[in-house]
Design a protein around this ligand. Sequence first.
Ligand code: SF4
Length: 767
Amino acid sequence: MSEINKIPSAENPETFTGLKLGPPMNRAAGIPAIYHSLKHVFGEAGVLRGLQALSALNQKGGFDCPSCAWPDPDDERSGIAEYCENGAKAVADEATQKKIGAEFFAKHSVAGLASLSDYDLGKKGRIAEPLYLPPGGTHYQAISWDNAFSKIGETLRSLASPHEAVFYTSGRTSNEAAFLYQLFVRTYGTNNLPDCSNMCHESSGVALSEALGIGKGSVTLEDFYEAELIIILGQNPGTNHPRMLTALQKAKARGARIISINPLPEAGLMGFNNPQTVKGWLNMDYALTNLFLPLRINGDLPLLQAIEYFLLKDEAANPGTVLDLGFIHNHTSGFEEWRAHILQKDVQALSNDCGIGIPDIREAAAMIAGSKKIIACWAMGLTQHVNAVDTIREIVNLLLMKGSIGKPGAGTCPVRGHSNVQGDRTMGIYEKPSPAFLDALEKYFSFTPPREHGYDVVDCIRAMHEGKASVFIAMGGNFLSATPDTLYTAEALRNCSLTVQVSTKLNRSHLVHGREALILPCLGRSDKDILNGETQFVSCENSMGVVQASKGMLTPVSPHLLSEPVIICRMAMATLGKDSPVHWEKYMTHYDAIRADIEQCIPGFERYNERVRQDGGFYLPNGSREGRFDTPLGKALFHIATAKPLELEDAELLMMTIRSHDQFNTTVYGLDDRYRGIRHERRVVLMNRQDMQDMGLQDRDVVDLENHDGGRRRVAKSFIVVPYAIPRKCVATYFPEANVLVPIGLVAEKSNTPVSKAVRIRIKKST
Ligand code: SF4
């Protein structure tokens, strides 16, 4: 079949790579983490360039890790390594010396490349020059930056309405680039600014804003060292936020106890061999979790309510011994109604719904009753459910009843999975901007910003699929692979007249494209960014609301790369022309000009250019951290939620998608998931052995997974059955391979976040 007729695959090939199975581990890191870090870094970047990069990673004056958003210590940073294995892998991925340009793409057709796995695509190297795919084209070809920007400008100006264009942001985008991007998009005339936060912590933002008046977590890193109890829900820190384990170990050394709530007994929850200590090398003293609660998928809300039920009962039996009545009275509203709601619950039914027995629930309640300084941490295991907002509100209820917020050692901690996802939102990357922010832009830049809310991720996919939007521009990321309902999303992207990806490396979103497509290669976080002979720095905001500078210092692999801020300015100039109310040129002379304008439009950034140069940066204001709740009542609000257990039909199972240890979001660094004892294979489905027996399935049987939501049959073919310690009727698979099963219509209430953690599926032996 000629290349012209081949439709590039939107999915990974259904081929196996040679599964090896071993026992899951009960501790993370240790010497193997050092080995794997250096293997990746030296393998991709080489020894000298690799050591240069690692020596600056997360150091003051260095660059911020492009992976997760775990904070760096305010004070002393480790002289050995202020990074984890996955931070090293992220840097290796970016600092690779491999590069691909027009010559490579002349040899490799889009369809040919699409037949490769995400892992193989990612190993091709950095994209070295701007690339264009003409209508009907089969191979990307070189294009000049000028022509690329002209094409974007012409296309955007040709649209009947700015609302026919979508501008996506991935969480790697710096504050400076994010501010310019939203400014460009709003001066162009739309709020179509979906971002990866829509798919990850949007539910946290909605719940925390409703309950506490701010959509961000309240704790600092220092709070971990004062906490008496740390509750970790729906999070796998060992793989997704590894330096958190150092903080947990330090907290435990100071007497804290840990409750972990997760369907899977993740190694990083159970134990940690700190690779920076002799004890860690000798496998000594590694235990973390005191109480592990392996609940059913989506069992968090009934579990929390069952715990609260016993806490309220104990308080009634011994008034003043469990609740912080002073805090409740002075700082909250809605307690009595909520208390009555919980006390009328059938606690046995709650126990059945979450799959945790009463004795363990009682033990958790006792640990909480005995603590005053409690931190609750969570991630996607909570946010990607239909009732995610209710569940996160219930966590806040638990903290409020204990007065455990707005004081040292206590509070909320939604741990962000992408380095600047929180910063992007602070910079205005949001489809529902606040009137106050738009007023500030209007006043300072003298233009009338659009007030109509734009599309978030799910809405923009629908809009492209229905032809309401026809231009898609992505600032980083791998939209196709990160989003749900892969084949539906692929149809949506192919429906576009133009797709533009600002990227560092090749991924599947380059291969599933509009009638025309552009790839604009940008500098990475570790790359040196020179303007007018001066090395520039950008800034990022971590999960704790600390804004700090990030300065790349590696020589870029290609002279044809541009920084994100420069790409955005030139895109804006090519689209908006000379009449634009914004002087885009000034931002391309020095980034201080960007920060000076951010200071004028966004509260909390006073003296931005001065404070961002301070060692370690500065904290943004946070009302809930200071015990001030900016809700309509000026108080923290209790919330009444009703758990509606997910009823499954006989042959149905509940699937959650997860990351392997060799993966960051959709970037696949390797084929191993060594903490779970799985090596060299990603097409696996983790199943409960009793469920396998009931379904007549054996270890390593090859099966197809199906979902039928909304009358559409979705199939993920060829997965290998792996018995695993997972609750009954629950299964786990890796994304993006299983995203084809996640229905576009299955979203969280209020936050519209795709529900990737609770998808009904059926499993059939492959034929
Ligand atoms: S914990 Fe997160 S931010 Fe820190 S080095 Fe690891 S991946 Fe990077």
